[in-house]
Ligand binder design. Structure first.
Ligand code: CP
Ligand code: NVA
Length: 303
């Protein structure tokens, strides 16, 4: 039996595969705005398992499956036997007998890998404590919609270099843009991921200096200071306020630079209301593009 085509992380996907996923996501969006697109996943079923809350990921996957002619089943891990101790491996084997593809939002990245190892259908990473690759496909799509090819551009990540930042690092290696991450020292990106990306030839700058990181950037990205897996809350509250993306920070970037945030956001913490609700913000496009990106990821896994 051929190994299923999993979508686990962007470091495991070749540059040209990512390019294809982005182009098809844009084509799905364009077709929907016209006469609608074909339904390549007719008769297919997606099972989604959530160990943590979700608004965008859940709804965009459900909408994407319906748009492609398939359907989605949403499962709360606590309401499954998984929540009572049935193993991930057995869950993978059983679900593989019912559905064509599985998405997992996991507390621990290792659980995603175990699911993929034991599933005979493709598995998609719907966010773990380590990464969030579906989000970055939508974000790259959004950047390119507004500014053209991302290759050669400068993206600045500001604040907590969390799971979303890790997927940006993977993407920098695959899509060839400069990525600068400005974080207070305890909240910098995992060294192994940065070393991997540099080894792939990616231009990655890690610094605690906000001003130098955002200077001349084409896009500034941030995320919540408190992720669903975060610890050290007092240290976060003490160190991260200096990294709020406000109008002063946006003014240091290239004129007209984009502002991105995967959402949910806390206005007045990682971003000021004036920036997220202002003219440079493309956060609603990012959210919308999750659905088109997901269609393309689903089709890539299943076709
Ligand atoms: N950005 C994102 O993944 O949002 P949800 O947690 O609402 O799915
Ligand atoms: N970093 C955030 C992203 C939520 C979509 C979290 O993991 O909670």
């Amino acid at each position: 039996m051929n190994r299923p085509r999993h979508f686990l992380d962007l470091d495991a996907i070749e540059a040209q595969e990512l390019r294809g996923i982005l182009d098809r996501a844009a084509a799905f969006k364009k077709a929907l705005a016209g006469n609608g697109h074909d339904q390549p996943l007719a008769g297919k079923t997606l099972a989604m398992i959530f160990e943590k809350p979700s608004t965008r990921t859940r709804v965009s996957f459900e909408v994407a499956m319906a748009a492609l002619g398939g359907r989605a089943i949403t499962l709360n891990a606590d309401e499954m036997q998984l929540g009572r101790g049935e193993s991930i491996a057995d869950t993978a084997r059983v679900l593989s007998r019912y559905v064509d593809i599985i998405m997992l939002r996991a507390k621990h990245h290792g659980d995603l890998l175990e699911l993929a190892e034991n599933a005979s259908v493709p598995v998609i990473n719907g966010l773990t404590d380590r990464s969030h690759p579906c989000q970055i496909v939508a974000d790259l799509m959004t950047f390119e919609e507004h500014r053209g090819p991302v290759t050669g551009r400068i993206i600045a990540w500001v604040g907590d270099s969390n799971n979303v930042a890790v997927s940006w690092i993977h993407a920098a290696a695959r899509a060839r843009f400069e990525l600068r991450l400005a974080s207070p020292e305890p909240f910098g990106p995992p060294e192994g991921v940065v070393a991997w990306a540099r080894g792939e030839g990616a231009e990655i700058v890690t610094t605690a200096e906000l001003e130098s990181a955002v200077g001349g950037a084409d896009c500034i990205v941030t995320d919540t200071w408190v992720s669903m897996n975060s610890t050290n809350l007092a240290e976060r509250e003490a160190l991260l306020p200096a990294y709020q993306v406000d109008e002063r920070v946006m003014a240091l970037a290239k004129p007209g630079a984009l502002f991105m945030h995967c959402l949910p956001a806390t206005r007045g913490k990682e971003v000021s209301a004036s920036v997220i609700d202002g003219p440079q913000s493309v956060v609603w496009d990012e959210a919308e593009n999750r659905a088109h990106a997901q269609k393309s990821i689903l089709a890539w896994c299943l076709e």
